[in-house]
Design a protein around this ligand. Structure first.
Ligand SMILES: Cc1ncc(COP(=O)(O)O)c(C=O)c1O
Length: 443
């Protein structure tokens, strides 16, 4: 709302004298999150369970685009920012919708932030945050190793469309990060907690310290490591998700989220200046409901993705393959990840295998899909089936050869999002089988 008063973390009306307050909502307020829950699954389980309108164990879907009021003056008061979703007053679903806000509460609990707002895609979450935090002439310091779409947004779109420019850095080189920050002009330090596709792990606490010392906000894309890493608990100001990946888990939904301070989320909904309000990347409430049913088992899924990824990466290395996996001791960021990871979730569910040339990468993927059924050639990640893609010619194809080389993306790099279907040994057998076929035929 215009005055930025809305507390997104508590979305139901509280005043008992409020003639509009829903009694069902009051009856079902249980377990408000204690402030210092560190484990993301515990934080999720601790927030108020939202029941359905008739006492259903699942929340109801509020499918309406618009909301009615009992008195004409209420509309004016809502537009003036006097009444808002914190007291169960809704105007229009591009602004706030109760079902989407409920998913936002889950996302905020997952990431340990005050508030969260769910969007129609990961890219719309990223672009909205950058457009909110930066104005024309401002500057972003960003990691070299980023999802290709984000890299293109920062390299091409934002400089052309609004003169927001970026410098790209090696996020492991903290002196370089410091050097590239232009005090007064740099507004955001942007990186991925675990980068796509190189699996570089960012030292989140140290990078936050550097940025905050210079008055720069830290925005972290945590798409590759939900549950595994909690950037906001380590000092980041804003956490972004492409929910389309692990959080959805079904490879059937495109969605995103911005998790951060309530003041930022409120400013993003401002009627005159809010990037979310005015660009309008709204999530459909039916999608929000679907996703809210999947968050409770995200922790279980992540543990199995991570367990299988570690087992396969270890065995692939024993077979002499060039494997990149932060769970392996020889990964340059293994110790950093150990120091920042949440306990018992593992080291991420993605493995990269460097086959050196695109031809060899393609032969391996072809055998793995079409001969042994180990996985599917497809972009994206976080699905129950293993998904494989050659990053240089797919999800990082927006980068030119020099940018790919600087980011460490070799032409034969195969990114594998390890699934959890079938048994672990069955799947490993399929991998070994494909590899021996390659060796047999000297491919
Ligand atoms: C790390 C990362 N961030 C953001 C995105 C964009 O998300 P979406 O496809 O949901 O817009 C992707 C998509 O691949 C990604 O891998």
């Amino acid at each position: 709302m215009a005055d930025g008063n809305v507390n997104l973390s508590t979305i139901k009306r509280s005043g008992s004298d409020d003639q509009f307050a829903s009694s069902a909502a009051k009856k079902h307020q249980i377990n408000k999150a204690p402030p210092h829950v560190e484990d993301p699954a515990a934080a999720l389980a601790n927030i108020r369970h939202e029941f359905g309108e008739h006492g259903g164990v699942n929340m109801s879907i509020e499918a309406s685009a618009t909301f009615t009021v009992m008195e004409p003056d209420t509309l004016r008061r809502m537009f003036a920012g006097e009444l808002g979703p914190d007291r169960d007053f809704f105007i229009y679903s591009r602004h706030f919708n109760p079902t989407v806000l409920n998913l936002g509460r889950l996302m905020a609990a997952l990431e340990g932030t005050e508030a969260a707002y769910c969007t129609a895609s990961g890219m719309s979450a990223i672009s909205s945050v950058l457009l909110q935090l930066c104005s024309a002439g401002d500057h972003v310091v960003a990691a070299r190793t980023l999802y290709g779409g984000t890299h293109a947004l920062l390299t091409h779109f934002l400089p052309r469309a609004c003169n927001i420019t970026a410098s790209f850095v090696d996020i492991r080189d903290h002196e370089m990060v410091k050097r590239e920050i232009v005090e007064g002009r740099t507004k955001v330090l942007y990186f991925e907690s675990m980068s796509n596709p190189t699996l570089t792990v960012a030292n989140v606490p140290e990078l936050c310290r550097i940025a905050h010392e210079k008055g720069v906000k830290v925005v972290v894309d945590n798409t590759f490591a939900p549950m595994v890493v909690s950037p906001a608990r380590l000092g980041a100001d804003v956490v972004i998700h492409s929910i389309s990946k692990y959080i959805s888990g079904g490879a059937d939904i495109i969605a995103g989220a911005v998790c951060g301070p309530a003041s930022l989320l409120n400013s993003m909904m401002d009627l005159h200046q809010g990037a979310l309000m005015l660009l309008g990347p709204t999530m459909n409430p039916k999608v929000a409901f679907e996703l809210s049913e999947r968050l409770p088992h995200l922790g279980l899924r992540m543990k199995e993705h991570c367990h299988r990824a570690l087992t396969f990466a270890t065995r692939m290395k024993e077979l002499g393959l060039k494997v990149v996996y932060p769970g392996l001791e020889d990964h340059p960021d293994h110790e950093v990840l150990k120091s920042i990871a949440n306990k018992d979730y593992g080291h991420g569910g993605i493995i990269c295998v460097d086959m050196e040339t695109e031809e060899r990468a393609n032969r391996l993927m072809n055998l793995l899909q079409n001969c042994t059924q180990f996985g599917l050639m497809a972009v994206s990640l976080g699905y129950y089936e293993t998904l494989m893609s050659c990053s240089g010619s797919s999800t990082s194809s927006e980068m030119n050869d020099e940018e790919k080389e600087l980011a460490g993306i070799s032409p034969g790099l195969v990114r594998m999002s390890i699934g959890y279907n079938g048994t672990l040994e069955q799947k490993w057998g399929q991998f070994e089988n494909a590899l021996s076929k390659m060796q047999e035929h000297k491919l």
